[in-house]
Write a protein that binds this ligand. Structure first.
Ligand code: 1SD
Ligand code: ZN
Length: 263
């Protein structure tokens, strides 16, 4: 189970209400991306997302974020190229955000914080049979990270924002169909940073090839306010807690190289 993982003993975010314990692995996420220290790798290929919006199924408030989940039983929605050698399959996307617009992202760029960060999660179907297996293994997952900034209203995101009141409480699920996560990518997906890291929530396994977009997307303050109206707590709980600051603290780079696809 997730709780028997050695990584659970590593540094925990205060949100998880666990003690800060023994330092864990050497490839943890998130990190600060120091632009000047990132290494341009001309071998890095263009990223090739090929998503079928028909695989979109539901939104689930899992008590930490909301997950937009996709049918990942076939190769209908895939990601390849970029730093990836294998083909990966889309399974879900989610966000991390702050209580104010001054912070909320997990990764930072030269210490700059963004108000939110999108994670599009894919698993390696060439090496593994199940998502649950891929999560525990090297090269199991590929996650695209996109920073959100406050600006004009994001038209593509609005359909999702409109559905969020239905999953206000923890454990609530609502049908959600035909949403193409590609509409949440910036216009230039060929400029990105990549490094080897981990999940940022338990089991914190070091299974992730991170692909962090250089370009951010813009959303309105009101759209992010709807994210903040969600709850960490279930309908049964007496004291309701607003879903904000659902990010992990930054982790040491420990000698890793962050590569960039651009110079
Ligand atoms: O926060 C998510 C978590 O909700 C879960 O989806 C997990 C496995 O996919 O991934 C983490 S994260 O590392 O993508 N932040
Ligand atoms: Zn995430």
């Amino acid at each position: 189970t997730a709780c028997s993982s050695k990584y659970v003993l590593s540094q925990m975010h205060p949100m998880w209400q666990e003690p800060l314990a023994i330092p864990g692995g050497d490839r943890q996420s998130p990190i600060d991306i120091v632009v000047r220290k990132s290494l341009f790798d001309p071998q890095l290929k263009p990223l090739v997302p090929a998503y079928d919006p028909q695989t979109c199924q539901q939104i689930w408030n899992n008590g930490y974020s909301f997950l937009v989940e996709y049918d990942d039983t076939t190769d209908k929605s895939t990601l390849k190229g970029g730093p990836l050698e294998d083909q990966f399959r889309l399974c879900q996307f989610h966000f991390h955000w702050g209580e104010s617009n001054a912070w909320g992202s997990e990764h930072t760029v030269d210490r700059k914080l963004f108000p939110a960060e999108l994670h599009i999660v894919h698993w390696n179907t060439e090496k593994y049979d199940l998502f649950e297996e891929a999560v525990m293994e090297d090269n199991g997952l590929a996650v695209i990270g996109v920073f959100l900034k406050i600006g004009k209203r994001h038209e593509g995101l609005q359909k999702l924002v409109d559905a969020l009141p239905a999953v206000r409480h923890k454990d609530s699920v609502v049908d959600f169909e035909r949403f193409d996560p590609a509409c949440l990518l910036p216009s230039n997906i060929n400029d990105y940073w990549t490094y080897h890291g981990s999940l940022t929530t338990p089991p914190l396994t070091e299974a992730v090839t991170w692909i962090v977009m250089k370009q951010h997307i813009e959303v309105s303050h009101d759209q992010l306010a709807v994210f903040r109206s969600l709850l960490f707590t279930s309908a049964e709980e007496e004291v309701q807690k607003g879903m904000v600051n659902n990010f992990r603290v930054q982790q040491p780079l420990r000698g890793r190289t962050v590569r960039s696809s651009f110079s």
